[in-house]
Design a protein around this ligand. Structure first.
Ligand SMILES: *Cc1c(COP(=O)(O)O)cnc(C)c1O
Length: 353
């Protein structure tokens, strides 16, 4: 090892789901929306005046902050926008998790949390989900340096009752509690109304799943205005111009098209419910998902085998080689056509296994 390597910040990076690009593939591995973004997004792109690119964007991301505040009925001073919720979450970790006590999050959850904790040298303790893959609220009601969990959780899809979230929130007034609501629009109950009552609560959401704009990288967080101010202080100490002009304009257009948003959401939800039934009939078990994916397991056919066989048929799903979940597959909800082809392949694989 070279001498200079002693002082390198070494981290084990997060592994994102792969982004294959095969003709005719069915991509059900990273929870993207199968439908295009709002047609208003295309219109804005089409009419975009490129002279705008000469200038730096508004460092406050004002237009998008205002559009979000209007849509969610909060004050602009309660909103912070970043480059995907990954950016927003990383900034939250950096800003708010500075205790010597460990932060708490579930053992089975979004696998970026422990990566940020390691990156920023934040001590953490993971808390096991129960045998039904549910978060046990009691685990978060002890001394800690902060709390973060996803609701609905990933990769399980399981949602918590708002009353349980409030109990956790109420029991941890000395630390910041972050609820990662990447999938909330698909069926959970948002903790957003609680930000008026608890000044230590942050609610993070994203355009990547429910608004079909993973490629644009827009995430946002709601919280008490002092929390938002602290986040802005850190952001301006790191990179003032996080969002580009094009993304700001398309983001505003997407937020304003509520009718299209609801329509595509309902389609994904209907397909998800149909898939629960059809996969159940094939013998699969799964937690009750309120998200845009299902976390499935078959009593006879190993998950890894299914993964490989599906891949041979140009269908991509997600597998985690981790204790407790290494016989499960996370399958994003695609269009009805895609899911029918997926089902047909699954039937064929089960029959010949
Ligand atoms: C997808 C996802 C995110 C990150 O989404 P962005 O694309 O960065 O907005 C954050 N948390 C969870 C639980 C997710 O599944």
């Amino acid at each position: 090892m070279a001498k200079w390597e002693e002082n390198v910040r070494k981290v084990v990076p997060y592994t994102p789901g792969e982004q294959p690009n095969q003709p005719g593939m069915i991509k059900l591995n990273t929870n993207e929306n199968p439908y295009p973004p709002s047609p208003m997004v295309e219109k804005v792109l089409h009419e975009f005046n490129t002279d705008k690119l000469r200038l730096y964007p508004d460092p406050t991301n004002g237009s998008l902050v205002y559009a979000l505040a209007e849509c969610y009925n909060v004050k602009p001073s309660q909103v912070f926008v970043g480059v995907g919720s990954d950016d927003v979450l990383a900034l939250c970790f950096l800003t708010f998790f500075n205790s010597k006590k460990p932060i708490l999050f579930p053992d089975i959850t979004y696998s970026f949390y422990d990566v940020w904790a390691d990156l920023f040298r934040i001590p953490y303790e993971d808390q096991p989900l129960d045998e039904n893959m549910c978060i046990r609220k009691e685990d978060y009601m002890k001394e800690n340096g902060g709390v973060i969990f996803a609701n609905p959780n990933a990769p399980t899809g399981v949602a918590m009752e708002l009353s349980e979230i409030e109990e956790i929130e109420a029991s941890t007034p000395e630390v910041i509690c972050i609820v990662d609501e990447a999938y909330i629009d698909f069926g959970g109950t948002s903790a957003l109304p609680l930000i008026e009552k608890y000044d230590n609560l942050l609610v993070v959401q994203t355009f990547s799943k429910s608004r079909a704009m993973a490629g644009s990288r827009i995430g946002y967080v709601f919280g008490n205005e002092r929390l938002i101010q602290y986040l802005n202080d850190v952001k301006y100490s790191f990179n003032s111009y996080t969002m580009d002009q094009v993304t700001l304009a398309t983001g505003v257009a997407a937020i304003r098209d509520d009718a299209y948003f609801k329509e595509t959401l309902n389609r994904v939800i209907a397909t998800r419910e149909r898939m629960k039934k059809e996969l159940g009939e094939l013998g699969f078990t799964m937690p009750d998902s309120k998200s845009n994916f299902l976390f499935i397991s078959h009593p006879q056919v190993p998950a890894k085998y299914l993964l490989d066989e599906l891949r041979k048929r140009n269908i991509f799903v997600r597998y985690f080689a981790k204790p407790r979940i290494d016989n499960m597959l996370r399958v994003s909800i695609g269009t009805d056509d895609e899911m029918d082809r997926f089902l047909a392949c699954v039937k064929e694989i089960i029959a010949s296994a």
